[in-house]
Design a binder for this molecule. Structure first.
Ligand SMILES: Nc1ncnc2c1ncn2[C@@H]1O[C@H](COP(=O)(O)OP(=O)(O)OP(=O)(O)O)[C@@H](O)[C@H]1O
Ligand SMILES: [Mg+2]
Length: 303
């Protein structure tokens, strides 16, 4: 079944041979929303994992399959792709949002960190991406992703050469090898409500075994994600961001980092005591971890 799925995207035996080649270590899949990127990756992972150790990097922070939304993450496929639930996240990096717009720096930082960890543990790594291809953020993000990750092969799924502004400049390079493929007829378009339901279910699943932790800003660091807002507690105060319901900190998604500056778990801010400078945070983080930093995202989450 998955072999048919794979071949509905790639039927050219030369491309298949190139993907099997041991020199092909990193494959980046690009395309607009609903072009079949994730389905292609499922089929490709299933096919390649018969002969190689395959890792998948999930850079789609909106429709995440590995790790909760707002994170980029990677996991091992094992022998044959048997569903996303069977891929355990090995590492993740928090971007604070479900769209790369306004979060390009954290997206790129997470992309390179997570992909290099996956490459050091697997023979082949396949990278899934968001469908953001629009000007200017989509172009800037995707082109710099290619520059940073240095994939061996880029596969794009396109309906009307809509990735030209992103990919044309790479046409005359020897590496990465570009394969610009058509979107198969069977690919179905998801509605905005299907997308948001999927995201909610991923968050609900993630926070199902949570607890409350109290953290004092006198003992831990904190910082904000985002390319252009909320730089310090003072700025946030000035912008009336602390307690205000729509823009305030309550309900914001955060990441809890350990003393090595590694993301350990996500959380949701339940309360902020401005006087005491203490956060009450809901999180599934185990008691064995010491929190050293709270990274505050821009998204508010209700679960
Ligand atoms: N070969 C196929 N046969 C049948 N259905 C397919 C096939 N490929 C994709 N689909 C369906 O099309 C829809 C969109 O595919 P998919 O989620 O893989 O696209 P995507 O580009 O990853 O989307 P997103 O922008 O949300 O990341 C899904 O519901 C998927 O099940
Ligand atoms: Mg997808």
């Amino acid at each position: 079944m998955r072999d048919n799925q794979f071949r509905s995207f790639i039927s050219d035996e030369r491309i298949i041979k190139e993907l099997i080649d041991p020199h092909t270590k990193l494959v980046l899949v690009l395309g607009a929303s609903d072009t079949g990127k994730t389905s292609l990756i499922e089929g490709m992972a299933d096919f390649l994992s018969a002969t190689s150790e395959v890792g998948i990097v999930d850079l789609d922070i909106g429709q995440s399959h590995i790790g909760p939304p707002t994170t980029v993450a990677w996991g091992k496929v094992g022998k044959g792709f048997s569903g996303w639930k069977n891929i355990t996240p090995e590492d993740f990096y928090f971007t604070g949002a479900v769209s790369p717009v306004g979060n390009l720096v954290s997206m790129l930082t997470g992309s390179i960190l997570v992909t290099s960890r996956a490459l050091s543990a697997c023979e082949k790594v396949i990278v899934d991406t968001t469908g953001l291809i629009q000007e200017p953020a989509g172009r800037v993000l995707k082109q710099h992703k290619i520059d940073l990750l240095r994939p061996d092969v880029v596969i794009s799924l396109e309906r009307e050469r809509e990735l030209s502004a992103i990919l044309d400049p790479f046409t005359w390079h020897k590496s990465p090898i570009l394969h610009r493929l058509p979107v198969p007829q069977k690919v179905v378009i998801k509605t905005p409500s299907e997308r948001s339901l999927f995201r909610s279910s991923m968050f609900t699943h993630y926070f199902q075994n949570d607890r409350l932790v109290k953290v004092s800003l006198k003992k831990i660091g904190f910082r904000f994600t985002g390319d252009f807002y909320g730089f310090t507690l003072e700025t946030a105060k000035f912008m009336n961001e602390l307690q205000d319901n729509s823009t305030g900190l309550i309900g914001r998604i955060v990441s809890l980092r350990d003393e090595r500056n590694t993301d350990r778990a996500l959380g949701i801010i339940q309360e902020f005591d401005e006087k005491e400078k203490k956060f009450l945070i809901r999180t599934p983080l185990g008691r064995e971890f010491e929190i050293s930093t709270v990274v505050i995202g821009s998204l508010k989450v209700e679960v």
